[in-house]
Design a binder for this molecule. Structure first.
Ligand SMILES: Cc1cc2nc3c(=O)[nH]c(=O)nc-3n(C[C@H](O)[C@H](O)[C@H](O)COP(=O)(O)OP(=O)(O)OC[C@H]3O[C@@H](n4cnc5c(N)ncnc54)[C@H](O)[C@@H]3O)c2cc1C
Length: 381
């Protein structure tokens, strides 16, 4: 079905970004997978090319373009080229609304030029060893002392954690009868802020994921991002965009898996004919093709709704759980079509299979997404 989401500007941007990835990312992907880190110089190259924080005003090195369709193009291209795109989705899709939309003029001056140049790698730290789904239960505290907050606690599974220059940390600050939380921006090198050794994951191996420790860490009160005490509300307000970003990745990955499987089914011969000549295989491909096509239309519609300021929390949550479940099932079924080759590391479908699994876990697990949708449906919102 013909897509109507993009204009020619988006198509031109796609070509430029594809060329950038082929030059700056594809040749290094294997090495990044082995080291567990993307080179800092890659972020800087992306910044120079205008691919980081482009929503920021031009005076801070951005392009002043707030159109999530560009973010979607980037997600689709990182998936299509098989490159590590977590730095882009984390920076442009998840953190840009905090760093650009919620910061004070002083904070913008300090952080945005580095963010758009790729010299300031950001992260957001909400999850703790004791709680992830239930953010009301976090135990990290930030006690106000004069012009500073004293931060104590541990965060885990933090994307970009090992390399981050600026971490937005969700902590209890005790306003509103002790329930208040705030987001504190902690700069690398602040005494009392340390990092654990890299966490070894089953997939997305080029993505740096770390545990962070805060022990009597003194953060200037001027580093609170957004309204003090309203940190949880701020986080919840930004989650629909974060969840849609995952849905965009999910459909792009399902499409790529299907394209790889189709090519294999045309080439591979069994019992004297190509795989695709067996009716059982054709039925399988027909079902995959139809499911992916339906998902594509829904997610494109959600992207347009976000651009138009209409996407609801439950629509984003529904898109996240439904498409990431689909991503995992489509990739698994496509891997099956490769037979033993699908289990070999050198085949892209193998990496896609292990990289997909976390999509159902982070950004709010798919069970929590169903809670978000179910509550809204029952309430009749
Ligand atoms: C690779 C990776 C990167 C990540 N990056 C970040 C990051 O950058 N920043 C960050 O803050 N966090 C990050 N996370 C953390 C992620 O968001 C959490 O792991 C996730 O929210 C789930 O929390 P949890 O692991 O504590 O699981 P739990 O909350 O302990 O949940 C365990 C299981 O119980 C289910 N469950 C829990 N409560 C309910 C309920 N009420 N009803 C039904 N089922 C329920 C869950 O769905 C899940 O299946 C990352 C995680 C991974 C794996």
């Amino acid at each position: 079905m013909r897509r109507t989401l993009y204009d020619t500007e988006h198509d031109d941007f796609r070509s430029a970004f594809r060329r950038f990835l082929e030059r700056e990312a594809v040749p290094h992907t294997e090495r990044w997978e082995e080291s567990g880190l993307v080179d800092r110089s890659f972020f800087e190259a992306a910044g120079r090319a205008g691919f980081l924080g482009f929503e920021a005003p031009e005076e801070f090195g951005g392009l002043g373009i707030a159109d999530f369709r560009y973010n979607a193009v980037m997600a689709e291209e990182t998936v299509a080229t098989g490159t590590a795109g977590d730095g882009f989705t984390l920076g442009n899709d998840i953190l840009a609304p905090y760093l650009i939309g919620l910061t004070t003029p002083d904070q913008r001056e300090r952080w945005l030029p580095g963010f758009t140049a790729g010299t300031l790698i950001p992260a957001i730290a909400m999850t703790e060893p004791g709680t992830g789904s239930d953010l009301q239960a976090i135990r990290t505290t930030a006690r106000r002392e004069g012009g500073e907050y004293v931060l104590d606690g541990t965060k885990t599974f933090i994307t970009n954690g090992a390399q981050a220059d600026l971490v937005l940390v969700l902590a209890r600050t005790g306003e509103r009868d002790g329930r208040g939380m705030s987001l504190l921006a902690v700069e690398a090198g602040t005494p009392g802020f340390t990092r654990g050794s890299p966490l070894h994951k089953i997939g997305r191996k080029a993505q740096d994921t770390a545990e962070l420790f805060f022990d009597g860490c003194r953060v200037p009160a001027g580093n609170v991002v957004g309204e003090p005490g309203a940190g949880l509300r701020v986080v919840l307000g930004n989650l629909p965009r974060e969840r849609l970003s995952m849905a965009v990745l999910a459909v792009a990955a399902a499409e790529r898996a299907l394209a790889l499987a189709l090519a294999h089914c045309r080439d591979r011969t069994t019992f004297g004919v190509p795989l695709g000549a067996h009716q059982a295989i054709r039925f399988e491909l027909a079902d995959l093709h139809t499911q992916v096509g339906v998902a594509r239309v829904y997610v494109d519609r959600c992207v347009q709704a976000l651009v138009d300021g209409e996407l609801t929390a439950e629509e984003a949550a529904g898109a996240k759980y439904w498409t990431t479940d689909l991503q995992c099932s489509v990739i698994d079924r496509c891997l099956q079509l490769f037979g033993g080759y699908g289990y070999m590391e050198e085949y892209p479908i193998a990496r896609m299979w292990r990289d997909a699994r976390v999509q159902r876990i982070y950004g709010g697990t798919n069970e929590i997404m169903k809670e978000v949708v179910g509550r809204a449906v029952v309430a009749g919102d």
